[in-house]
Ligand binder design. Structure first.
Ligand SMILES: [Mn+2]
Length: 424
């Protein structure tokens, strides 16, 4: 998909500058007592999953403007994900959405293997009605007032587990659109009781080596209340269910200015952080590219993660979850994967002993300066060298454009005519 000679040409063009920058950064970090090789090894080992739905062009409630050469089906989506991984070497797993990505397991496995990809968490969908679905989710799914509708939603989640088992997945992510638009529309307690009862039935059928992730979101599609509205409710769910249940944090699913890194710290402290859906936002669940708006916030989230490394049972799942309305999704996802790697590298530069010392001495300036010193470091040469050494691109966007991948697939993939909204 990306010819090796083109990748080699592109890397060759960038190599002299990279070598010089890497050497200079190595000397700078050495003065701070940091071994650049150790940071590079951490970055090389860091991986983030890509959502299958991320490689299609997204949209808003108003419209969707299809892009050139959009994937027609899951096999095209896997190819696009393969390009992202080939160039970044950071995204070896794809997260599927059922029923959008339904296909014979053997075919999915074969295609993924050909591309050097595996399968991350399975995502169920009870926030829209599917053709031929007997009962509607208009008024909810796992929390619906009607027992048969709840049973249908439970059954769908069990099917997602079954499909995931055939693919080698080890987790199910449940996000529901359930909620209300009007005060008094539902009894808030009874609605949550119904949800808990339904999600317990899913949890009871979870394979022993699987994890169940529940994802909170404060509003949208419901606008007065959602059933799983915040991290507190999410924590209660994970606590009620048991040891295999964890909370997923989607960065866009909070009120503006919420201290997300503190939520992350709390969930880590109580052993319930399941993982992340990375994206960025200015106002709401904007699903913008990771670190495009608030890179310092992402760094602060990773500061909590790096501080918790080595804690027993600490193994959060990392995934991108974005909607690309005005960019080539492959370029956005490559850059976003690199941004989470960058945040990880930067957080790894924090001098933990110095930070703790400043905290114990109540020296606020020294503490915050330690954070800023790490954040201000340009670690791009580390990321680029880690990619190059793993067979990827020094500059993935440059290599991708040089290879002309989008034009090539546009010639065989007709422009998608799917209209309407496209929050995907
Ligand atoms: Mn999400």
């Amino acid at each position: 998909m990306i010819p090796q000679d083109i990748l080699a040409q592109d890397n060759e063009a960038h190599l002299p500058a990279l070598k010089a920058d890497y050497e200079a950064l190595g000397a700078h970090l050495a003065r701070r007592g940091i071994d650049i090789g150790a940071i590079k090894a951490k970055v090389a080992a860091y991986k983030v999953a890509v959502p299958s739905w991320g490689v299609g062009t997204g949209g808003t409630r108003f419209a969707r403007f299809p892009g050139e050469g959009e994937p027609r089906h899951i096999f095209d989506k896997l190819e696009d994900c393969g390009v992202i991984h080939a160039l970044t070497r950071a995204t070896p797993a794809v997260s599927l959405h059922i029923p959008w990505d339904k296909a014979p397991a053997a075919d999915l496995r074969a295609k993924a293997e050909e591309l050097g990809l595996g399968f991350d968490a399975m995502n169920s969908n009870t926030f829209q009605d599917q053709p031929q679905q007997p009962l509607s989710y208009k008024y909810g799914s796992l929390s619906h007032t009607d027992a048969a509708t709840r049973a249908q939603a439970v059954e769908h989640n069990l099917e997602c587990i079954e499909i995931g088992q055939a693919l080698g997945s080890k987790a199910l992510t449940v996000w529901i659109g359930d909620g209300t638009n009007f005060p008094g529309q539902q009894d808030l307690t009874r609605q949550f009781e119904r949800y808990l009862d339904a999600v317990r039935q899913i949890y009871a059928r979870l394979p022993a080596d699987w994890r169940l992730f529940t994802e909170h979101k404060m509003y949208e599609p419901a606008f007065y209340s959602t059933v799983v509205q915040d991290w507190g409710t999410n924590y209660l769910i994970a606590k009620e269910l048991g040891d295999k249940a964890f909370c997923l944090v989607d960065l866009g699913h909070h009120a503006p200015n919420t201290n997300i890194e503190q939520i992350v710290a709390r969930l880590i402290q109580f052993g319930k952080l399941g993982g992340f859906h990375f994206n960025d936002s200015k106002y709401g669940d904007d699903d913008l590219d990771t670190a495009s708006i608030a890179p310092y916030r992402l760094f602060l989230v990773f500061n909590e993660l790096v501080a918790a490394e080595g804690k027993p049972g600490f193994d959060p799942a990392h995934m991108l979850d974005q909607s690309h309305n005005v960019t080539d999704p492959i370029e956005s996802l490559m850059l976003s994967a690199m941004e989470v790697q960058r945040a990880y590298a930067l957080a790894s530069l924090v001098d933990r002993a110095a930070l703790t010392g400043a905290q114990e001495a109540n020296d606020a300036i020294a503490a915050t300066q330690e954070m800023k010193r790490a954040f201000r470091t340009d670690v791009e040469p580390i990321l680029a060298m880690a990619r190059l050494e793993q067979g990827g691109a020094i500059d993935p966007v440059s290599a991708y454009r040089r290879a002309g991948y989008r034009a090539k697939v546009a010639a065989v993939r007709p422009r998608s005519v799917a209209g309407g909204g496209g929050i995907v």
